[in-house]
Design a protein around this ligand. Structure first.
Ligand code: MN
Length: 730
């Protein structure tokens, strides 16, 4: 029977080893409190209950956790099993310890043997607790480890249930958290109960060959140590037989017997620096024969759970292959204790509390819609495989979809960070912004105020929807060119409506004054604001209208007093533009209604003439329109007036084309798609069959000018079976 004293001493030793100044008075207070509370409880083997909390606290101390965690471990069963309450513990110790104990209590109440749906609910609780404080999970794993170590006192039925649970939940969890040592022990202990025959066979084989194994390991260890000390490389080297479950699993997977098992032995060389790791590797390959294809560099490419080491398999004179793992002390610490080692490191760095395991919470949220069975399945198999967890330089954990890049990371921090991103560092090294992030990476985004915003190909590089959405938003908001174009035409239309000269915006004297009035520094900004919707063109023009009119008045007065009035209005922008209506200037007529004739549908670039209609203003015809021929008739001539296209107009003009073609299936489709691919807005497309096996299509559409019209005309005439294209002439 184990004794209280043994366990107490061994726990104190474990604490003193890494925390010489630990508050032992407080720890003793917790031991006494727990002992008193569990007074009437016994372990299954009849020993005092306090042995269990002491053992759990010792495991927690081995992980290197802080005093609160040790207190939590000592008190972990108090709320569950005794009349102690959260408040009692908070008052006697502190609220953090009370929270830890409560968290462990919740996990203890999780019943994994129940139905899947209920299990789901419990697993959620478990993760909830975990997301609050990772120490809760670490204490719970320590608790499970000690229970597994004392499993022999449980009933066979309970043994199976607990061991399954350990294999399904706790060992994978320890693995994901990088706690190799815990994982191995949990697996070996479970195997012992789940497959007792196999376990016995394996252990007895290893026991039989124990002396040979030890002699072999000593020889190898001696050879390595001798070489390394000759070379002046400070090292710790030891051999071990690989853990039983890993041998068992390999035998199962490869269908091999124990005698056929390849590498049972693993040697570990721990050194002070990364360069030494590679030095040692060189010496190992020099001392023994390399087994090809077995070298793995987990230093440059760490495993997802942060594991780092060099692995190589070699064969010595004895003909027995063995694996050598080479690592630094820091890597060793991480390999043994995983997340706990990281946590400890952060404590040292004073990076604050570990309250930010929000990824677990989000993992949980993300799973809420999927059904329970799927969830349990994914927890068992790929606990965190869909996501990658990285750190900010301040130690905050950021969860991203697997395959994420620094771009995703930047947008997860803040859209402002993403938009200003110019580069990234991962683990303090500059990387490409499209490089894939790995678990445990410390990612730093390099930003610049002069960044020109995200690039379009980021949309294809990034992995998270969040980043993609934010980049798209940026383009929507920042698509300046388009906004400027749009805003400019709206502004100019409003200027025309007010009969104001557009050229005023490039007038060196007036322009700065007007911009000042509008509170912008350049016209593009004004247009962009209008295009984006931050300013209406009516408001903008309204603000500057009076100033422009005043200046025009002033200018014409100067002209009157200074020199004779120009007869031509050509050089006077105000006058010249006053005539422009619908993009057409009617010479010598102040302002009039303009319409484009339906018979010849002129577009900018066409030579045109105007006809003064009775009551409908001026009708514009192409000069070659048959109807315009009447201008040569002396009786009609006075009603024909010269007109011209106003320059720099971009508004669409409607026109028609008539296509004569050989009738065939799909021709209409060809015509329509030619129009679409040329980005021509078709207003009407009608076809009629002619008696001679031909068809005529009439297309009414909009173009900006005759050049565009000619281009589409060429494209249409290139369609198979199109015989002719004619400008519409009704
Ligand atoms: Mn317990």
């Amino acid at each position: 029977m184990e004794t209280y004293e043994e366990h107490y001493d061994s726990m104190v030793k474990a604490i003193k080893r890494y925390m010489p100044g630990a508050n032992m008075a407080l720890i003793d207070k917790a031991v006494q409190y727990a002992d008193a509370k569990h007074e009437f409880q016994k372990r299954k083997d009849g020993s005092p209950y306090i042995i269990h909390p002491l053992a759990v606290a010792e495991i927690v101390a081995e992980m290197g956790l802080d005093t609160d965690a040790i207190l939590g471990a000592l008190l972990h069963d108090c709320i569950e099993d005794t009349d102690a309450s959260h408040d009692d513990i908070a008052k006697l110790f502190n609220p953090t310890v009370a929270e830890l104990v409560e968290g462990v209590t919740k996990l203890t109440q999780v019943d994994f043997t129940s139905q899947e749906e209920k299990q789901m609910e419990n697993l959620r609780k478990m993760f909830m607790a975990m997301s609050k404080d990772i120490r809760v999970v670490l204490i719970k794993i320590a608790d499970r480890l000690h229970n597994m170590r004392t499993m022999q006192y449980q009933t066979p039925k309970k043994q199976i249930i607990k061991c399954r649970e350990t294999m399904d939940i706790y060992a994978p969890l320890a693995h994901r958290l990088g706690m190799q040592k815990m994982k191995w022990e949990l697996e070996d202990l479970s195997l012992q109960y789940l497959h007792p025959e196999d376990y016995r066979e394996l252990t007895s084989y290893l026991q039989e060959h124990k002396d040979d194994a030890e002699a072999f390991m000593n020889t190898i260890q001696f050879t390595i140590k001798e070489r390394l000390s000759q070379m002046g490389i400070t090292n710790t080297c030891y051999g071990r037989i690989k853990h039983i479950y890993s041998i068992y699993r390999k035998m199962q997977a490869q269908g091999k017997s124990l005698e056929e098992m390849y590498d049972l032995y693993a040697f570990r060389v721990i050194v002070d620096s990364i360069p030494d790791c590679y030095n040692v590797l060189g010496h190992i390959h020099d001392l023994f024969n390399l087994v090809p294809g077995r070298f793995k560099d987990y230093i440059s490419t760490p495993k997802p759970n942060m594991y780092q080491s060099l692995h190589t398999t070699v064969i010595g004179k004895q003909g027995i292959p063995f694996e050598v793992q080479i690592r630094t002390w820091e890597m060793h610490e991480t390999a043994e204790y995983g997340i706990a080692a990281h946590w400890k490191y952060k404590q040292k760095a004073g990076a604050g509390e570990e309250k930010d395991f929000e990824w677990v919470r989000r993992l949980l949220e993300g799973q809420q819609d999927t059904d329970a069975e799927d969830y349990v399945h994914s927890l068992k198999i790929d606990m965190f495989d869909d996501e990658v967890f990285v750190f900010t330089p301040k130690g905050r954990i950021v969860g991203l979809p697997a395959g994420s890049t620094p771009i995703d990371f930047a947008y997860a921090i803040h859209s402002g960070v993403g938009n200003a991103m110019v580069g990234a560092k991962v683990n303090n090294r500059i990387v490409n912004i499209d490089s894939k992030l790995r678990n445990g990476d410390i990612v730093e985004v390099l930003t610049s105020k002069s960044s020109r915003g995200p690039s379009r190909d980021w949309l294809t590089i990034c992995k998270s929807n969040q980043a993609r959405t934010k980049i798209k938003q940026w383009f929507k908001r920042e698509r300046r060119e388009e906004n400027i174009d749009h805003g400019k035409s709206s502004f100019e239309a409003e200027m025309r409506r007010n009969n104001l000269p557009l050229s005023i915006t490039s007038d060196p004297e007036m322009s700065p004054q007007l911009l000042k009035k509008l509170a912008f520094t350049c016209w593009d900004d004004v247009y962009a604001a209008i295009g984006y919707g931050g300013l209406t063109s009516i408001k903008a023009v309204g603000k500057i209208r009076d100033d422009i009119n005043r200046s025009i008045k002033l200018q014409s007065q100067e002209q009157v007093s200074g020199m004779p009035l120009k007869l031509s209005h050509e050089d006077d922008p105000a006058k010249r533009n006053r005539h422009a209506v619908n993009g057409v200037i009617v010479e010598d007529i102040e302002s009039c209604m303009i319409k484009f004739s339906r018979c010849c549908t002129p577009v900018p670039g066409d030579s045109i003439v105007g006809f003064i209609t009775r009551g409908y203003g001026v009708s514009i015809h192409r000069s070659d329109c048959p109807n315009a021929a009447s201008r040569h008739n002396p009786r009609e001539a006075p009603r024909w007036v010269p007109v011209r296209w106003a320059t720099a107009e971009d508004q669409p003009f409607e026109t028609t084309l008539e296509l004569e073609c050989v009738t065939r299936d799909g021709l209409l489709l060809d015509v329509a798609s030619t129009m679409t691919t040329s980005r021509i807005r078709v207003k009407e497309l009608a076809g009629k069959d002619l008696p001679n096996g031909h068809s005529v299509f009439t297309i009414r559409f909009e173009v900006k000018n005759v050049a565009e019209l000619n281009s589409i005309r060429t494209k249409l005439s290139n369609i198979r079976d199109v015989i002719s294209t004619k400008r519409g002439q009704n």
